[in-house]
Ligand binder design. Structure first.
Ligand code: AMP
Ligand code: MG
Length: 331
């Protein structure tokens, strides 16, 4: 299959393709998504196939707003859910609610809940509006790889596997949406993301960090994720002496060490260096791109210096933790 990259002002072929039950990659404000008609099970199966996603990892349905959500869930919209959509939609917040049977089982990975979000990106909104149906869309990477924040990153993973990528430049948020299970009391944070826990708590009060029924409630979180080719090592501190000593030890162990670090980047390494900027928001925006870029140099390891779990920093820490699969060094 030939993969064509469409400019964002030429959505016609992408819309036709979606209407024919096929998949299209497109920008959202979080990361690029790989979308298909969310009420068409056959179309949604093509998403799993193209990105080699395990079938027990459910998809998020992308909608325009509360009216669409209402049609996809069982029962009335709870008051706190309404309040969250009023405060944060469109935006990087995904809500998990009891699903109507009309949502194909493949989208829900057989669960009786469905994950729904209203994206803010004009391209995503235009595609949902044109299709006039929810669009199911996970991140447009091969499963396990860092999520794509540029059309080039989508192409690097999916060239030849999908027909169209809409190029909307680099995505502003850079990490995926925050996923909240609204079926528990209090609500449960299933995945930290582009909207901070602090912001959500301002609207709903308490949010619990682990699910009473165990970690399997968000099936996607158990997989190896966000990982480049080179092993990632998370240096969970910005203490100058600790980082310096750790990088020296990593150079002895891995040879070439590349580095992603918040500013000021005052460490020496013998591989590439990427700045994550001054705060959590900039780090979220840059992290996946930095991992992909550093990986291209073929280093022995990629060290990521990151200490904060405040605000969007929580999502950055979560992605680095998953990419590092247990290789965490702390003072
Ligand atoms: P992705 O689309 O790759 O950003 O991943 C979607 C995330 O949403 C994964 O972590 C899923 O486990 C989670 N998710 C989607 N649907 C549900 C659901 N019904 N219940 C719990 N988590 C869900
Ligand atoms: Mg993903």
């Amino acid at each position: 299959m030939q993969t064509a990259v469409l400019p964002e002002n030429q959505l016609g072929p992408a819309i036709d393709w979606l209407r024919r039950g096929e998949v299209v990659a497109f920008p959202t404000e979080t990361v690029y998504g790989l979308g298909a008609d969310g009420l068409d099970a056959v179309a949604c199966a093509k998403i799993f196939e193209a990105k080699r996603r395990p079938s027990d990892n459910p998809l998020i349905l992308h909608v325009l707003g509360l009216d669409d959500l209402e049609r996809l869930i069982l029962g009335p919209v709870p008051a706190l859910v309404r309040a969250l959509t009023e405060a944060f939609w469109p935006g990087p917040l995904t809500l998990v609610l009891p699903s109507t049977p009309e949502v194909p089982a493949i989208v829900r990975a057989g669960l009786n809940t469905v994950a729904i979000r209203a994206p803010a990106h004009p391209v995503a909104k235009a595609l949902i509006e044109a299709l006039n149906r929810p669009i199911a869309a996970p991140s447009a990477n091969l499963s396990g790889r860092p999520s794509p924040t540029t059309a080039q990153a989508v192409l690097d993973d999916l060239n030849g596997r999908i027909a169209y990528i809409v190029d909307g430049g680099q995505t502003p948020v850079g990490v995926e949406s925050t996923v909240v299970d609204c079926t528990t009391q209090p609500m449960t944070l299933l995945r930290p993301g582009g909207l901070s826990l602090e912001m959500i708590a301002k609207v709903v009060g308490e949010v619990q960090l682990s699910h009473p029924e165990g970690p399997d409630r968000s099936p996607g979180m158990k997989y190896r994720h966000y990982a480049p080719e080179a092993p990632v090592i998370w240096i969970q501190s910005t203490d100058r002496d600790f980082v310096k000593q750790t990088l020296d030890a990593l150079k002895r162990e891995y040879g070439t060490v590349a580095l992603a670090s918040p500013e000021p980047v005052s460490w020496q390494v013998n591989g590439g260096i990427e700045s994550l900027g001054p705060d959590g928001t900039s780090a979220a925006h840059r992290l996946f791109c930095a991992l992909r870029r550093l990986d291209r140099g073929g280093p022995g390891a990629i060290a990521v210096v990151w200490g904060s779990t405040e605000g969007i920093g929580r999502a950055v820490a979560n992605r680095v933790e998953k990419a590092a699969v247990g290789r965490v060094l702390a003072p």
